[in-house]
Design a protein around this ligand. Sequence first.
Ligand SMILES: [Zn+2]
Length: 414
Amino acid sequence: MIDKQHIIDRFVSYVTIDTESDPKSNTTPSTEKQWDLANKLVEELKAIGLSDVTIDENAYIMATLPSNVDHKVPAIGFVSHFDTSPDFTGANVNPKIIPNYDGNDILLNKEEGIVLSPDYFEDLKLYIGQTLITTDGTTLLGADDKAGICEIVSAMEYLIQHPEIKHGDIKVGFTPDEEIGRGAHKFDVEKFGAEWAYTMDGSQVGELEYENFNAAGAVVTVKGKIVHPGYAKGKLVNSMYIATEFINSLPRLETPEHTEGYQGFFHLHNMKGAVEKTTLEYIIRDHDKSHFEARKEVMLKLAEELNTQYEKEVINIDIKDQYFNMKEKVEPVMHIVDIAEEAMKQLDIEPIIKPIRGGTDGSQLSYMGLPCPNIFAGGHNFHGRYEYVPVESIIKATQVICKIAELTAEKYSN
Ligand SMILES: [Zn+2]
């Protein structure tokens, strides 16, 4: 049995340390304060008895739980990130523990009248009777992804205390700066030494993901020409009108607010305009690689057409790939998903396998040679004041890690 209070204490000890990352910083980790938790984790991993505990100059933490079987088993890894999202403050997190949740509104903050309500967040109803950890309404919680860290540490501790559970080499990896898209960048896959790994960074119990978006960003710059409006006939070129043409020529229904599942989109997320210059910032997303390439092509073609129409280079477009669908790297080694699915089933957890409408560290790691599906960590409503996590979900994820370790050793035993 995994002790509930022990899990709560461990989780609280992580979330009360501020580790907000900062996209404007050029250092790794992006914020000095991430070292506070990183250094604590190193000490904790040593204290529970892991081997080869290291932290590098960028605060990437790695450790090993050595195999306890004689036969050869591929080394597998578990990865999570210790930074929290800069979307909402992570300073002075004051977690609230709500035992035996009754299914009603939860008053997070009396003074500010902030309520976590199942009328709006229906998922809460899944957890009636369980112990919830919430915020006090003024910060995020940081279950993303300190729940993942708590699960990995607790699973390693459990396996060390229960040598009767047989497993191969297990690698642990904790990263900074995932929330600003730089969690995998400086991850030393070779040093990590696992054949495959799992990020513990999903949400609801049962989530198991190995498909994510292909992603690119596009910056469209439209040049105009300013002339005194009183004398402008035939001379003035208003970049904002041309930019509007560009916007309206893209399919209006292929945007985030009109798509779901495997449907891709163009998302205009920022625009700045004046007569002389207008800048449009888009993100392009699609699970399907050929559709993804076609979307980029559509934007380039459109720019070309407008340039021809205006008989000069009014539009410049700069498209940069951001990350790719890990499916391409995971499908050839599908047994790594199957093992996770089997582990959940043996624990009476119904696997929820669906495409991620976003990316994960795992997608980058997969392209760096470490195939890396994503597993639930248990939290909900990430990146804001309504974030919460049921303790029972943390325990289930901990059990899934132990079970994956066990099944992997079993699978390679003959
Ligand atoms: Zn996360």
